[in-house]
Design a protein around this ligand. Structure first.
Ligand code: PLP
Length: 302
């Protein structure tokens, strides 16, 4: 007897089917496919970017496009398209999916030459895989999570040594997020050689005596696009900024703390490893920086 597998009708709940982009085509999400031999799937051999959308416009697109080019270059991957073409695809997906507030996820992998091998395929004959999709997130800017502030746990940073490249190797950050959830918290800050590197998906900051302290750039952290914008805005607002390492103990004694990322902007932190910061509510500096960031970025959105 021959078995025929009938694919069940997938339930997508109330969420409407998205139009996604795969290698030059705009397709309904249920029709979009890539090869099982894709190196993104087999080797985590790929890079990504997440760009937020507010009022139907892209936030800091140029920053994300620039970092994408750098990530591709650091991994000797072919850059498959110009920033103008990428912008066009981002905008088309926003339009097709009627995104007012949300995120655009972009992933580029080294593609597939139809087999599995540790050695990279010849870029002359194997094209990169390019995938983009939207995530609608109403209330992204007016976030209840940001009004409450985040509770953080600390965990060891056991990731690889090139965290400045935005690769799709996100297993350990996902595990960190689950460790935080298990502890009844929202996120984890990672510690290496006694110092905080960054959050699972964000850069980490403390505020002491009105000075904003965040780890200096290097291979140990991702060079956040939001980090660059927030530090520029803080300096323009005459706030003092120190780019240096800090410990969890120093963070627990800080007046306040926060994180930055393209998907959550400036997120106040109210508790670290069970110790409440200040009054245990979002701090003034983080709240002000969130306001400034959102306002400036909305004005500059494209
Ligand atoms: N650090 C890590 C490990 C991240 O994954 C992210 C964002 O995904 C960030 C920092 C923040 O970077 P950005 O502000 O560019 O979103």
């Amino acid at each position: 007897m021959q078995w025929v597998y009938i694919r069940p009708l997938r339930s997508f709940g109330d969420r409407r089917m998205r139009t996604v982009y795969v290698n030059g085509e705009y397709l309904p999400e249920q029709e979009a496919t890539i090869s099982i031999f894709d190196r993104g799937f087999l080797m985590a051999d790929g890079v990504y970017e997440v760009t937020s959308v507010l009022d139907g416009k892209l936030i800091d697109f140029d920053g994300h496009a620039k970092r994408l080019r750098r990530s591709l270059g650091e991994l000797d991957m072919t850059n498959p398209m110009s920033s103008d073409d990428l912008l066009e695809i981002h905008r088309e997906l926003v339009r097709l999916n009627e995104i007012d507030e949300g995120l655009i996820y972009l992933q580029i992998t080294r593609g597939s030459d139809g087999d599995r091998d540790f050695a990279f395929p010849d870029p002359e004959t194997t094209a990169p895989t390019v995938v983009l999709f939207t995530q609608s997130k109403p209330g992204l800017a007016d976030s209840t999570a940001a009004k409450k502030g985040a509770k953080i746990i600390s965990i060891d940073d056991i990731r690889w040594g090139r965290r400045d490249i935005k690769t799709v190797q996100l297993l350990y950050p996902s595990m960190g997020k689950m460790m935080a959830k298990k502890a009844g918290c929202d996120d984890a800050w990672m510690i290496e050689d006694g110092y905080v590197t960054e959050g699972t998906g964000n850069n980490a900051y403390i505020v002491k005596d009105n000075t904003i302290i965040t780890r200096h750039l290097g291979n140990e952290i991702l060079h956040g696009i939001t980090r660059a914008a927030v530090l520029r805005m803080a300096r323009e607002a005459q706030m003092k900024v120190e780019e240096r390492s800090f410990t969890i103990e120093e963070a627990q004694e800080a007046d306040e703390a926060f994180t930055t990322s393209a998907s959550a902007f400036v997120m106040p932190v109210v508790e670290i490893d069970g110790v409440a910061l200040g009054e245990g509510v979002p701090g003034k500096v983080a709240t002000r920086l969130r306001e400034i960031y959102l306002q400036e970025m909305r004005n500059a959105a494209i």
